[in-house]
Every structure is written in C-alpha cells, then in structure tokens.
Design a binder for this molecule. Structure first.
Ligand code: GLP
Length: 259
C-alpha cells in the first residue's frame, strides 16, 4: 500500500518532497516531473527554490496534469499560466521543456492522444505530484473515471466547479470541461506523491488510502501503484484508521530507503 507520511505542517511537507525531487534531478538532469496545480503543491514549489539552488535545471522536463478546456492560455487561472507563474519562472526551468495539455477548443478531439504521445516520447514521468479534490478526484478525473483512462476531455462536477470558483470572479466563469491525464496515465508514472492538507481533505484521503478501490473514488487508484508516498498533515490524516502505524513505520524507516 501507499506509504503515508504525517507531517507537522505544509512547510515540512514541501521540504520533504522538494528534497526528493532535488535528489532525482541531481542524479538525472533530464528528470521528468508530473506537475499538479491547485493550492496543495505550492509548498513543494516554494521549497524547491532552495532545494534546487545550484542544481542545473535547464534539462528538467515537466508535464502538467490537466487544463481547462476553452480557457485563454493567457488567463490568470489557466493551468498553463499557473504552472508558468508558480513553477517555471521561480525555478528557472526551460519553458520549452514544460508541457500542458492543449485546452483549445479547436483540435480538442486529438489533444489527449497528442499529450500521451509526448509523455511517452519523453520516456514517461519519473515523479508525479498529486493533490486530491474533496470528492476524491486526482488530476481532473472525477468519480466514475476509468482506471485505464488516458488523457482526455472530462466534464467537471458541480462540486469541483464550486471548489475552484475561489480562483475566478464567479462560479459561472469556471469552465465546464477540462482535459486531464487519465488514471491510467497517472498510474504509469514511476513514483506518485500525493499531498493533502486540512480537515476538508480528511474524508477523501481516508477513502483513497484505506477505502475500497473504486472508480467512485478516483484517488483510490493509488492503491494499485507500487511506489506511492502520501504526505498529509494531522488534519488531513485525522480519518485514517491506521495513522499510528504509519507514524511508527515512518519513525523506524531505514534511512537508505528515502521516500
Ligand atoms: C483541482 C486540480 C487538482 C487538485 C484539486 C485540489 O481541481 N485539478 O489537480 O488536486 O483540484 O485542489 P487544491 O489543491 O486547491 O485543494
């Protein structure tokens, strides 16, 4: 099952994951990162500024998880803009090496397959950062998504649109459609790192980590992967039945294992 690491706060989570990413990039300058948006991964991107200091990142490659369909890429809240602002610019990555699914309406019917080809051509994703939605979605794979799914267009649930309305002037502005890496795409990444903070994520985390593997909880797909690290604060861990064991296992983890 997933390794669960319960940390004190977001900063500690950010440092833990950033250190692992920096280790990867030092050992392979062409590391391929799977980049998530939303508020959850921000502490990782913040901590990376320090962890990657002095490391050559010019060859690092990245693939965003998802994008809204029909949004102007220049819009402040397009995931292209968010990734550029939060990751590419502060870390000094090479913009041409960073991919985001193409959410333009024109050509949308083959945008998913094109993205899959690009991921494969890059040799696959080494480390995929994930957040989780309150309804258990990862990427934008809403409940009901196939575990075999590849990058494709999905319809957002009303719950996700309401959750994400805080980034827009109103809920009406949140696009109805998105293009997202599929659960099957995510499961092909070599290491999954799922982060979650706050009580509002406690149910989704418990369902994903300890609940039944079910398309109704897309995050439960992580139980099918051989290398998963779930990094949560106490509040997000509060509904995990085996939290004490996870703490015990982490405290006794052999140093050579890393995360
Ligand atoms: C968004 C993103 C997801 C993200 C999730 C949680 O809809 N598409 O990748 O994990 O919602 O967002 P947040 O981290 O802001 O709670």
């Amino acid at each position: 099952m997933a390794e669960v690491v319960i940390v004190a706060d977001r900063d500690e989570a950010g440092r833990l994951v950033a250190n692992e990413i920096a280790r990867l990039v030092r050992s392979n300058p062409q590391t391929v990162l799977g980049l998530a948006t939303g508020s959850t991964p921000l502490p990782v991107y913040q901590a990376l500024r320090e962890s990657l200091e002095g490391v050559d990142v010019s060859h690092v490659r990245g693939f965003a998880l998802d994008e809204y369909v029909g949004i102007d890429p220049a819009h402040h809240e397009s995931y292209r803009s968010v990734i550029t602002r939060e990751v590419v610019e502060p870390l000094g990555l090479t913009p041409e090496n960073i991919n985001v699914p193409n959410g333009a309406v024109e050509g949308i019917e083959h945008a998913g397959a094109d993205y899959e080809e690009r991921i494969i051509a890059a040799g696959g994703i080494d480390l995929q950062i994930l957040g989780i939605g309150t309804d258990g979605h990862i990427g934008f794979n809403e409940p009901g998504s196939s575990f075999a799914s590849r990058t494709r267009v999905k319809t957002l649930t009303e719950q996700t649109r309401s959750d994400n309305a805080r980034f827009f002037d109103s809920k009406d502005e949140v696009p109805v459609h998105c293009i997202t890496q599929g659960l099957g795409t995510i499961l092909r990444a070599r290491h999954l790192v799922l982060l979650a903070f706050g009580e509002g994520k406690a149910d989704a985390v418990a369902a994903a980590v300890e609940g039944a593997v079910s398309a109704l909880v897309p995050g439960s797909a992580i139980q099918l992967h051989e290398h998963v690290t779930v990094v949560v604060d106490e509040a997000a861990a509060s509904k995990l039945s085996r939290a004490d064991y996870y703490k015990y296992a982490w405290a006794n983890k052999p140093a050579w294992q890393g995360i």
